[in-house]
Design a binder for this molecule. Structure first.
Ligand code: CUA
Length: 335
C-alpha cells in the first residue's frame, strides 16, 4: 500500500486531463456521468446477487453429496421457499429495470431542459482532416469563420450544428458532452453547456482516413467577458503588414497559390478549400491539433506540409528560403 501511494496522484491526474470522459465540465457530461454511476451501481448489485445465488447453489449441492434424495428435493416444484425466492427475484429484476428506465428518462429531460434556449450558434463542418468553425451572429455582419478551435462562454448553452464535407466523422469533446456524428448530406446538432472555465481537447471519434488521429481541436471555455473580447477580435480584420519582410509575405500569400485555398478577411485571399487564416496566429495549435502554434512549426508546416501531416490536402508549394521567411513573418501577424 505504501509503495502504491505515490502512484495515486498519477491515477487521479488521469481524471483531470483536458480530454477525459470523467471530467464533468459540461452539463451534458455531468448527466452522463450520473447515469453511468446509477447503471454501474444497479447492475453491479445484481451481478453480486447472481454470484451469491450461484455460490449458495454450489454449497447446497456439496452439502448434500452422498444423499440421493437431496438432489431431487432441490428441483421439487412444490418447494414453497424456492417459489417465493423466484417470485422475489423476478420482482427485484423488474424494480431494477424500472429504476434504470426512470433515471434514463430523467437524464433525457435534463438534457432537453438545458438545451431549451441555446445562446451561442456554431456550425462545425468536418473535412479530411480538420474542422471548419462558423460562428453565427445575431446580425448579418456578426458571423465569422475560424478553424480547429472553438471558444465557448461558460454557463451558456451552445447549439453546434454538425455537417461533413466528405466522409463520416464524429464530434467529441469528452470533458463537456457525448459524441455526435457528422454525416455528408445531412445535418446533426449537439448542445454543449460548459460549466468550468478551461482548455479542453476535442477529437474526431470516427475513423475517417489516414490522418483521423490528427483531427483534433481545442476548446477554450472562458468567462462571458473574455468570450466577447475574443469574438470582437475575430470579427476585426488582421493588421496590415508594417515592414518590408511582412509586406513581401503579404504579397505572396494574397496573390499566389495560398490565396486560392485560404481566406484572409480584408485581402484578396478568399479561398474556401483550406482553413480560414484571418486570425491563424491566435490559435493554440497548427494542423488540427497536430503541433503547437510556434514559429518553428509554422516554418515546418509551410515548407513541407506533406511531411508534417502526410496525406493532407495542402500541396508542397516549394518556396525558396526568402519567400518562406516572408510568408512566416506575415502569418505570425495574423492574430
Ligand atoms: Cu474525422 Cu476521424
Amino acid at each position: 500500500m505504501k509503495r502504491a501511494a505515490p502512484l495515486l496522484p498519477t491515477l487521479l491526474a488521469g481524471c483531470n486531463g483536458i480530454q477525459t470522459m470523467t471530467g464533468g465540465q459540461g452539463l451534458e457530461s455531468q448527466g452522463f456521468n450520473g447515469l453511468f454511476t446509477v447503471f454501474n451501481v444497479v447492475t453491479g448489485l445484481f451481478f453480486l446477487l447472481v454470484l451469491a445465488g450461484l455460490a449458495a447453489a454450489i454449497l447446497r449441492r456439496r452439502g448434500s453429496r452422498g444423499d440421493g434424495m437431496a438432489d431431487e428435493r432441490a428441483v421439487d416444484p412444490r418447494d414453497g421457499a424456492l417459489t417465493k425466492l423466484l417470485v422475489g427475484w423476478v420482482v427485484l429484476v423488474g424494480l431494477g429495470l424500472a429504476l434504470l428506465t426512470i433515471f434514463s428518462w430523467l437524464g433525457d429531460r435534463r438534457a432537453v431542459a438545458a438545451s431549451a434556449d441555446p445562446l451561442v450558434d456554431i456550425t462545425v463542418t468536418a473535412r479530411q482532416w480538420w474542422w471548419q468553425v462558423d460562428y453565427g451572429g445575431v446580425q448579418a455582419n456578426q458571423g465569422f469563420t475560424t478553424a480547429n478551435e472553438i471558444h465557448l462562454p461558460v454557463g451558456v448553452p451552445a447549439r453546434i450544428t454538425l455537417r461533413s464535407n466528405d466522409v463520416i466523422h464524429s464530434f467529441w469533446i469528452p470533458n463537456l458532452a457525448g459524441k455526435q456524428d457528422l454525416i455528408p448530406g445531412r445535418q446533426n446538432d449537439i448542445i454543449v453547456t460548459p460549466t468550468a472555465v478551461g482548455r479542453y481537447r476535442g477529437q474526431c471519434a470516427e475513423y475517417c482516413g489516414l490522418q483521423h488521429a490528427h483531427m483534433a481541436f481545442d476548446v477554450i471555455v472562458e468567462s462571458r467577458e473574455d468570450f466577447a473580447r475574443w469574438r470582437m477580435a475575430q470579427l476585426a480584420p488582421p493588421p496590415a503588414p508594417d515592414n518590408p519582410l511582412r509586406q513581401a509575405g503579404y504579397n505572396y500569400v494574397t496573390t499566389r497559390e495560398c490565396a486560392s485555398c485560404h481566406n484572409i478577411n480584408g485581402t484578396n485571399a478568399s479561398g474556401r478549400i483550406g482553413p480560414d487564416l484571418t486570425h491563424v496566429a491566435s490559435r493554440l495549435t497548427i494542423g488540427a491539433g497536430t503541433y503547437p502554434m510556434t514559429r518553428g512549426h509554422l516554418y515546418g508546416w509551410v515548407a513541407d506540409p506533406q511531411s508534417a501531416k502526410p496525406g493532407n490536402q495542402m500541396p508542397v508549394v516549394g518556396l525558396d528560403p526568402n519567400e518562406l521567411h516572408a510568408v512566416v513573418a506575415y502569418l505570425e501577424t495574423l492574430r
